[in-house]
Design a protein around this ligand. Structure first.
Ligand code: SF4
Ligand code: SF4
Length: 266
């Protein structure tokens, strides 16, 4: 059987997900022997912009140039896989969305009226093109990536987790940091897959795998953390760190903005 032709690409992000693939170390050579890698610029300057079986894309769409690049990759690929939170949700750079326009920022920071940049509001890939699979994480877990590729090589789609970090936390019988210590843990709304790494170390989850699609009740998390005595601005910032583009979190930001400007009620 011919090896699948793949490409690994980066849009706006820190390239940490591509680095995690290279960090596979012990498995990397075996894995690459099963694939025909046409483009992976972080690993090799030799690349061929040809048709692909699978494209892996990290990074958010944050510029017109990035959007054109994504559309070209989508056109050439039978499958498109978003790797990492930037490609899934927009991640950290999406924190600037809804805050102020680029023109306002230019004025505030540089005291200039011009807008020199072709920037868009940072968003995940699925805001613009069809995405066949999303692998969350900031950065991705290299073993999760490996399992996904092995499933694809067998002609299957890998398991997509649709339950929260709390489930893994309870399976490990870790004490609940939110209930027992009042720590601002985001585990109830964050997609599982890390085996509750942070609570296992006594550290509250900050949400680096992003919210659970179609399941997350961010408003309830806000209520619980307020009841624990946290300030709603603090909670909002915590929620926005990785999930600013998530609808339920954006609604909280809008509600707080309106409250500050005197338009909204309690
Ligand atoms: S410590 Fe966090 S992840 Fe674990 S059960 Fe409590 S809220 Fe959920
Ligand atoms: S921040 Fe949350 S999602 Fe990220 S590794 Fe820690 S427990 Fe897992």
């Amino acid at each position: 059987m011919a090896k699948p032709k793949i490409g690994i690409y980066g849009l706006t992000g820190c390239a940490g997900d591509q680095l995690m693939i290279l960090n596979l170390e012990d498995e990397l050579l075996d894995l690459l022997s099963k694939l025909d890698v046409k483009s992976f610029i972080m690993a090799s300057s030799a690349h061929d912009e040809t048709d692909l079986d699978i494209a892996f894309v990290e990074g958010s769409v944050s510029t017109e140039e990035g959007l054109e690049r994504l559309k070209d990759i989508r056109k050439r690929s039978k499958m498109l896989i978003a790797i990492g939170d930037c490609a899934v949700w927009g991640c950290v750079q999406a924190m600037r969305n809804q805050e102020m326009s680029m023109e306002e920022k230019m004025r505030k920071v540089y005291n200039k009226e011009e807008n020199f940049y072709d920037v868009l509001e940072p968003k995940g890939l699925s805001a613009y093109v069809n995405v066949d699979l999303e692998i969350p994480g900031c950065p991705i877990d290299k073993t999760e990536f490996l399992h996904a590729v092995l499933s694809l090589l067998h002609g299957d789609l890998p398991e997509v987790k649709d339950y929260p970090v709390c489930v893994e936390c309870k399976l490990n019988e870790y004490p609940c940091l939110l209930v027992e210590k009042g720590m601002p843990c985001l585990g109830p709304i964050i997609v599982a897959g890390c085996n509750a790494l942070c609570p296992g170390l006594g550290v509250d989850c900050i949400g680096c795998r992003g919210p659970i699609k179609d399941e997350t009740n961010a408003a309830e998390e806000l209520t619980i953390l307020k009841e624990k005595g946290y300030d709603e601005r603090y909670i909002e910032n915590r929620l926005r760190f990785f999930g600013a583009n998530f609808e339920g979190i954006a609604k909280i930001s809008k509600m707080l903005r309106e409250k500050t400007s005197g338009k909204g009620g309690e």
